[in-house]
Design a protein around this ligand. Structure first.
Ligand code: SIN
Length: 522
């Protein structure tokens, strides 16, 4: 790792697949600084136990992948964005193979598996259930061979610095709390998602909506913030993180059992356990709320499946559950839904441009409309590499046209930190969001959430430490989510309201956008 420079050509905030792929594209045009707020290995990418979808098998076609992506998005996928994803996906995956990514194979051929809502077997995995980790490893290894790229770990990006409406640099907080600025006129936000806005999430602790919140503060337009995908099956062990139990487990034949140990999905959807994610998540939430047990739990049941195959196919899930004394091949596995993926984000075009000059976004931080109201399983790692590469190529072309503004190196602040207050505010927001803006929503609950989250803004500690900045970002993202969810008076994709339980195409077959407090649809 290197010293943080005072000035560079490109800054990439975030070291998941989107940020790393962009950095590789940028390296031939100038000095690239990749910032990670934790160690490089702590990103949503590295947590991805699912796979990467790509139309590369003999039985598949790009057009079919496109159609599945559009169908999953429930009426509002941006078709141009989805076409870019599926058409450029194969090239990005070939390139990853060239750079040493070890996807699983049967003999010498890549192994493609099938998941819910995919019409063909098109999901690649690596080491069974460590696909994101392997893609991240290969991309980081490639990036480290390029002398123009430097990495700085444990540097938290607190804010963007603007001069005359253009980005001029970033304000950083180092691990020990020291603040300093770095100057650059071209900045990519690839900070991942916003799972930490909710009490229960599959996301890592770093997923505190930093990119979307700092872009919004800088005047960027955000879009589709009401669309949060809840994964139906996160491990539910009190006191343990909500570890993701891949949909592929149900793809292999796992059943869902309610607190009375009965299967319930066959009565709810013709595809039973493989129904769309939002349908399964709502069915689980309903079984939990109907139960009279004290702490009701739904279970994944794999006891009827071939145990050696399950252990081999899901080594990471198997060993993680074993840490909690759960043998997934022999025991019932307690699960609950958890916030998993933000379809919305900083509004960008198909090259990562935001409306702020010099500011770009890619991956989960961005919203191109590629996922519409509901992301097709395993499309996010592909999105990261396709749109990360595009943003990097575009930034490379445009660097010379951007104005370089000088920023001060050192930042003095006399404000007092209050980590306890930050922690408390985060807990309150996470609970409010889980209760009122979770799997099932309604107008009264959302209104309650809007009032509580707004009131908290004035009680946040000054943003002087990393944690107090994260509290500010979580509050800001929560506010964007609840306001957008309130404005969308219908149900669509992952956004379900009991007071408006069906689509309203006439008014809402559109994307929500926010730049100031007001939500509009376009
Ligand atoms: C899963 O495997 O269930 C998660 C993968 C994804 O969300 O795309």
């Amino acid at each position: 790792m290197q010293q943080v420079p005072a000035e560079t050509d490109f800054i990439v905030v975030g070291a998941g697949v989107a940020g790393l792929r962009a950095a590789v594209a940028l390296a031939e045009a100038g000095r690239v600084l990749v910032l990670a707020k934790q160690e490089l290995t702590e990103s949503a990418t590295l947590f991805a136990v699912g796979g990467v979808a790509v139309a590369l098998s003999d039985e598949d076609e790009i057009g079919l992948h496109l159609q599945d992506t559009i169908d999953a998005g429930d009426g509002i996928v941006n078709p141009d964005a989805a076409r870019v994803l599926v058409e450029e996906g194969p090239e990005r995956i070939h390139e990853l193979l060239e750079w040493g990514t070890q996807f699983d194979r049967t003999g010498s051929k890549l192994t493609f598996t099938r998941e819910g809502a995919h019409s063909r077997s098109r999901i690649l995995h690596a080491h069974g259930d460590s696909t994101g980790r392997e893609m991240g490893r290969a991309l980081a290894a490639k990036a480290m061979t390029l002398p123009n790229i430097s990495f700085c770990e444990f540097e938290f990006t607190a804010d963007l610095i603007l001069k005359d409406g253009s980005v001029a640099g970033v304000e950083l907080i180092a691990e020990g709390g020291k603040r300093h600025n770095v100057q650059a006129s071209s900045i990519l936000l690839a900070t991942g998602g916003a799972g930490q806005v909710f009490r229960d999430t599959t996301n890592p602790s770093v997923a505190t909506a930093d990119g979307v919140a700092m872009a919004y503060r800088a005047g960027a337009v955000v879009s589709d913030m009401e669309f949060v995908q809840f994964h139906p099956t996160a491990l539910y062990v009190p006191g343990a993180p909500r570890f993701l139990l891949s949909e592929a487990l149900r793809g292999e034949g796992a059943y869902l059992l309610n607190p009375d140990l009965q299967r319930f999905m066959p009565a709810i959807h013709p595809m039973a356990e493989l129904a769309p994610r939002d349908v399964v998540a709502r069915a689980i939430a309903s079984e939990i709320s109907r139960s009279t047990a004290t702490d009701p739990v739904v279970y994944l049941d794999m006891r009827h499946l071939e145990s050696t195959h399950i252990g081999k196919r899901f080594p990471r899930i198997y060993s993680t559950c074993l840490q909690y004394k759960i043998d997934i091949t022999k025991d019932l596995v307690p699960i609950r839904p958890a916030a998993h993926y933000l379809m919305g984000g900083v509004k960008t075009d198909l090259y990562g441009h935001t409306n702020v000059r010099g500011l770009y976004a890619a991956g989960e931080t961005a919203c191109t409309g590629v996922h519409g109201a509901n992301r097709l399983a395993s499309n996010s790692l592909l999105e990261g590499v396709v749109y990360g590469a595009r943003a990097g190529e575009c930034m490379r072309e445009e660097l010379q046209s951007l104005t370089r503004n000088t920023v001060e190196r050192d930042v003095e602040s006399n404000a007092k930190d209050d980590p306890e207050k930050a922690e408390q505010a985060i807990r309150v927001i996470q609970n409010v969001m889980w209760r009122y803006a979770g799997v099932v929503r309604d107008g009264a609950g959302l209104q309650e959430a809007i009032v509580m989250i707004s009131a908290l803004r004035d009680r946040l500690p000054a943003p002087v430490s990393r944690r107090s900045c994260e509290a500010r970002n979580i509050q800001q993202a929560a506010s964007l989510i609840v306001r957008s969810a309130m404005a969308r008076k219908e149900s669509r994709g992952a956004h379900f309201r009991t007071d408006f339980p069906v689509h309203d195409d006439a008014n809402f077959r559109k994307h929500s956008v926010m730049q100031t407090e007001k939500v509009s649809f376009e």
